[in-house]
Design a binder for this molecule. Structure first.
Ligand SMILES: *Cc1c(COP(=O)(O)O)cnc(C)c1O
Length: 346
């Protein structure tokens, strides 16, 4: 029997548990596109309440939530302010330009976050020549920022600066649940002040797919129009929505275990020669570290560990990412650290 892969590549690698599959098999379903799937309708109501918004829309992916939100908030040619490392900048195949037709105006922040003062400095008066600024976007937690949690006070200040200037606000909450569990701040409190916000079910929550995009009734109505336009409406999608409801009941609080294991992993990395990490910056389930062992880079280390059953995610020449999730246990973390150390020893 081969040993199972310890997959630290991403929290998207989770597979639905037997209990989650049982709930999916038993789900009541209908034609979602016609508003007739009771499980999807229940999930949307629950999501709206959780996020503190009037309404929510179930979509196939987080990427689609971002793209639809940009398209609803902005007209082609308008500008969206976001952090330079944001998912909408580098990981959505240019969708912001191709679908919403917007310009992205990146702000160089720290660990994926910018301050209200930095935002203020990027605002300009409407001068006809420059793209009209329409939307301010944040990412909670920041992915390329190492899973960093925007402090509630800064999020509120950013939203206040945006609204005072007449701009709308959007929160990419792919890992908002991680921020909630790690900080103790309720989901709706983080989302307050953001005109649109979404959470992903295919990351740490462990469902096979789906995301919920929330906002005002008027926003969600326009989002549904875009959902139809780009082919994001499904039929008996209660099958997967049931997994999302299950995830809200069973996989939310347990994110704390992933955060504890990320700490364990980070502390282990700090003890391995040839690697460097700032353990204090590990706040949630993402762990980034640098490889400075002579003769090694991220691709080479990832290949060496994969050969021993440990998958890591190269994120640049010498930068590596490891992500904890519900399919990695304490033994998996210990084994991953052994394999990494052994690889570097040669
Ligand atoms: C994963 C991710 C997305 C996209 O979500 P998908 O469900 O994979 O499409 C968007 N933003 C951030 C910050 C992410 O980590």
């Amino acid at each position: 029997m081969s040993t199972p892969l310890i997959d630290l590549f991403s929290d998207t690698k989770t597979k639905p548990s037997a209990a989650m599959r049982a709930v999916m098999a038993a789900a009541e379903v209908g034609d979602e596109r016609a508003g007739e799937d009771p499980t999807v309708t229940a999930l949307e109501a629950r999501g709206a309440a959780l996020l503190g918004k009037e309404a929510a829309l179930y979509l196939p992916s987080g990427t689609m939530c971002n793209e639809i939100a940009l398209a609803v908030h902005c007209r082609p040619g308008e500008a969206v302010l976001c952090e330079a490392g944001a998912h909408i900048v580098g990981f959505e195949a240019g969708g912001a330009a191709a679908l919403a037709g917007v310009m992205l105006e990146p702000i160089s922040g720290t660990r994926g976050m910018y301050s209200a003062a930095q935002l203020q400095a990027h605002l300009r008066a409407d001068n006809l020549q420059a793209p009209l600024q329409r939307l301010v976007a944040v990412e909670q937690t920041s992915n390329l920022g190492g899973g960093a949690i925007w402090p509630l006070s800064e999020l509120r200040a950013v939203a206040q600066v945006a609204h005072a200037a007449g701009l709308a606000t959007h929160m990419d909450g792919a890992r908002l649940p991680n921020a909630v569990v790690a900080s103790g701040v309720p989901t709706a409190d983080f989302a307050q002040g953001y005109d649109s916000v979404w959470i992903d079910f295919s990351k740490g929550l462990g469902a096979p797919g789906g995301a919920l995009l929330a906002g005002s009734k008027a926003f969600v109505r326009e989002a549904r129009r875009w959902q139809l336009r780009i082919g994001g409406a499904m039929r008996q999608s209660g099958i997967i929505a049931a997994a999302c409801l299950y995830a809200l009941d069973h996989n939310l609080a347990r994110l704390a275990e992933d955060h504890a294991r990320a700490q364990q992993f980070a502390q282990g990395i700090a003890r391995i020669g040839g690697l460097s990490i700032d353990v204090a910056t590990v706040q949630t389930n993402l762990v980034y570290f640098e490889i400075n062992a002579p003769g090694w880079d991220a691709q080479k280390l990832a290949a060496a560990t994969l050969a021993q059953g440990v998958r890591l995610c190269p994120m640049g020449l010498r930068r590596m990412r490891a992500v904890t999730h519900l399919d990695v246990d304490d033994a998996g973390i210990a084994r991953a650290l052994e394999v990494i150390a052994a690889a570097l020893r040669g």
